[in-house]
Design a protein around this ligand. Structure first.
Ligand SMILES: Nc1ncnc2c1ncn2[C@@H]1O[C@H](COP(=O)(O)OP(=O)(O)OP(=O)(O)O)[C@@H](O)[C@H]1O
Ligand SMILES: CCCCCCCCCCCCC/C=C/[C@@H](O)[C@H](CO)NC(=O)CCCCC
Ligand SMILES: [Ca+2]
Length: 577
């Protein structure tokens, strides 16, 4: 195949002559000027070619075609580093080549198009796109039509676009409608919109496989539809942690070239009730309270989290509970090994091997209930479980900087009750490169499953919490987006009427005057930005349950000689601590 596609000839770019070579894997062109000692080679992996068009073509700001019969235009991925983020920005590169003859031009186009098909088997042909017009700064529609649609069109992708009119419309569509012919689903919105797609895609796959998702003992089936995220939300944590930048063009290009990043998913169970899924944060205490508080202030937009964070911090709450966890194999990796999961990560690759070459391996990472459960109880400022680093603009290294996207484990972070200054130090370290786990009241464990129960009085609290409403009635969806009245929302998941224990009374009650006057005994769970109003849960990590159109975070070291030539540097790198 490779030798059939190989092509080498002189081509002109503007008035300069280049020697161009197509090897099958790469398209390269080098200035042919003999006198120039610094002549540079531009090398584009064929897998990163977006499109090859006849003539001299532009697509931005508007499409124009000058149909000359010796010219062709190649569009491809071009990288530049981003000052603001961890990863690399992708832009659409474009070079217009002139050939000595029309015959040679047609040969170049044919070979390039065949090479692209051969080397990127996962490129989508047909996509289902959901746009949340109300996510983040409410720019979803504009972002899609001005930045994303032209790229999909250039790549020959046909899209069926649905602008949502209500919450959970995308999830319901994925659960019930005919999805034949679609290669993937794209969401334009934030983490909440991604969560809808995640639930729809996982639910549909299990339905079709005849599996009961609510049963934590079931091994779920991997989802065949890829998911693309075009960031247009408030936090966009899933996009940030899987691409390294919040940039619609970068994300659209990952979709176009059919990149594939498997992702671990945590299923969250409460009794035999409806399961919830998380990829980023399952958090009790501080993060649950911030989310519950922020629901009162949706009108503030993305700033609601900063405001609510300050309010909840000042209220200085902590909660009793018992956390049980099933440790992952410590020989494979550790949350404190100071490495980062980057594009082509070796730890995740080994996990793929284990997952797909040895499906009946009962002693592996993926056998949920093997090993010894460990139990920890006490008072916690927060209990967080994350399947990935959960990095975002606020915290560029994330909740757990060394967590892996696709290793089949999650990181459990226990922050015990401490004084406000200590907790502030813990939070502040999320914004710097200082180790947030290097504090005496913090512990972190790499785990396969977690169980949380309330300490004394737990049963009473849970019963009441259950009554306070796990479902919002009509379609069994969980509470989100201010559907409850203010006071109900605030109490969601708390033990109604539960009195303070003597231990509770040693903790400062709400001081802000914006909420109620007593410190509640029970918090709520934050499941990727959605409130789960029951405190007692069981969580299980499902290795690589879904695949995104992404490739993990590319770091600056993978760039050499400007923005166009890429050196393969696919490994797990050491954190800059
Ligand atoms: N048309 C709609 N009207 C109201 N809510 C919607 C609509 N479409 C989707 N939603 C819901 O809006 C919620 C929030 O949307 P989204 O995640 O896109 O933005 P965000 O909350 O600003 O960002 P982030 O989740 O990153 O913080 C989602 O949970 C989704 O279910
Ligand atoms: C003194 C400075 C203190 C600064 C503290 C910064 C701490 C940042 C930690 C970052 C944690 C991100 C966790 C991701 C959560 C998302 O799945 C979820 C959905 O978008 N977002 C929230 O729940 C929104 C709630 C986020 C709460 C911060
Ligand atoms: Ca993981």
């Amino acid at each position: 195949m490779e030798t059939d596609l190989r092509l080498e000839s002189s081509l002109w770019v503007g008035n300069k002559r280049y020697l161009a070579v197509l090897t099958g894997w790469h398209l390269k062109w080098t200035e042919a000027e003999k006198k120039n000692p610094d002549k540079q080679t531009v090398s584009v992996p064929v897998a990163e070619v977006v499109g090859v068009e006849e003539g001299r073509v532009e697509i931005l700001p508007h499409k124009s075609v000058e149909d000359t019969d010796r010219d062709f235009t190649v569009f491809y991925v071009k990288r530049s580093s981003s000052r603001a983020s961890a990863g690399l920005l992708w832009r659409l590169g474009r070079t217009q080549f002139t050939c000595p003859s029309r015959v040679l031009r047609d040969q170049w186009i044919k070979n390039l198009r065949t090479a692209v098909k051969t080397h990127s088997p996962l490129r989508p042909h047909r996509l289902l796109v959901f746009i949340n017009p109300f996510g983040g700064k409410k720019k979803g529609r504009q972002i899609y039509h001005s930045l994303v649609a032209p790229l999909f069109e250039l790549a020959g992708i046909s899209s069926h676009v649905i602008v949502t009119e209500r919450a959970n419309q995308a999830r319901d569509h994925l659960l019930k409608k005919d999805l034949t012919g679609f290669d993937g689903v794209v969401c334009v919105g934030g983490d909440g919109m991604f969560s809808e797609i995640l639930h729809g895609v996982i639910g549909r796959t299990q339905q079709e496989a005849g599996l009961c998702e609510n049963d934590p003992a079931v091994t779920l089936q991997q989802c065949p539809l890829h998911i693309g995220i075009i960031p247009a939300g408030s936090t966009d944590c899933v996009c940030y942690a899987t691409v390294g930048v919040i940039d619609p063009v970068t994300s659209a290009l990952h979709v176009v070239i059919g990149d594939s990043q498997p992702l671990d998913v945590c299923s969250v169970h409460h009794g035999l009730g409806q399961v919830r899924y998380s990829v980023s944060l399952v958090g009790y205490g501080f993060y649950g309270d911030v989310l519950a508080e922020s629901e009162h202030h949706r009108w503030m937009g993305p700033f609601r989290y900063d405001y609510s964070g300050a309010v909840v911090f000042l209220s200085n709450r902590s909660y009793r509970g018992t956390v049980q966890y099933l440790p992952a194999d410590p020989l494979l990796s550790s949350p404190r090994d100071k490495t980062r999961c980057l594009s082509g990560c070796g730890v995740c690759a080994k996990s793929t091997e284990r997952l797909f070459t040895n499906t009946s391996d009962s002693g592996s990472q993926y056998s949920t209930y093997s090993g010894e459960w460990v139990s920890v109880d006490g008072r916690f400022k927060c209990v967080s479980l994350t399947c990935m680093s959960s990095s975002c603009a606020k915290s560029p290294l994330g909740l757990s900087p060394s967590a892996h996207l696709a290793d089949g484990t999650g990181d459990l972070i226990l922050v015990r009750d401490t004084n406000p200054l200590g907790f502030l130090k813990y939070l502040y370290r999320h914004t710097t490169t200082q180790d947030q786990f290097d504090l005496p009241f913090v512990e972190v464990h790499r785990v396969k499953a977690v169980r949380f129960s309330l300490a004394d009085g737990g049963e009473e609290a849970e019963d009441n919490a259950g009554l306070s409403g796990a479902m919002d009635g009509e379609d069994g969806a969980y509470i989100k987006n201010g559907k409850r009245s203010g006071s109900q929302q605030h109490l969601a998941g708390r033990a109604k009427g539960q009195t303070m224990t003597s231990e509770d009374k040693t903790v400062t009650p709400f001081m802000c005057g914006l909420c109620c006057s007593k410190a509640p005994a029970v918090s709520v769970w934050n499941c990727d930005g959605e409130i789960l109003p029951f405190p007692e849960i069981f969580c299980k990590i499902h290795g690589q349950l879904v695949c995104l159109y992404a490739r993990g975070i590319e770091d600056g070291a993978s760039l050499r000689d400007g923005t166009e030539e890429r050196v393969e540097c696919n490994r797990t790198c050491t954190l800059p601590r």
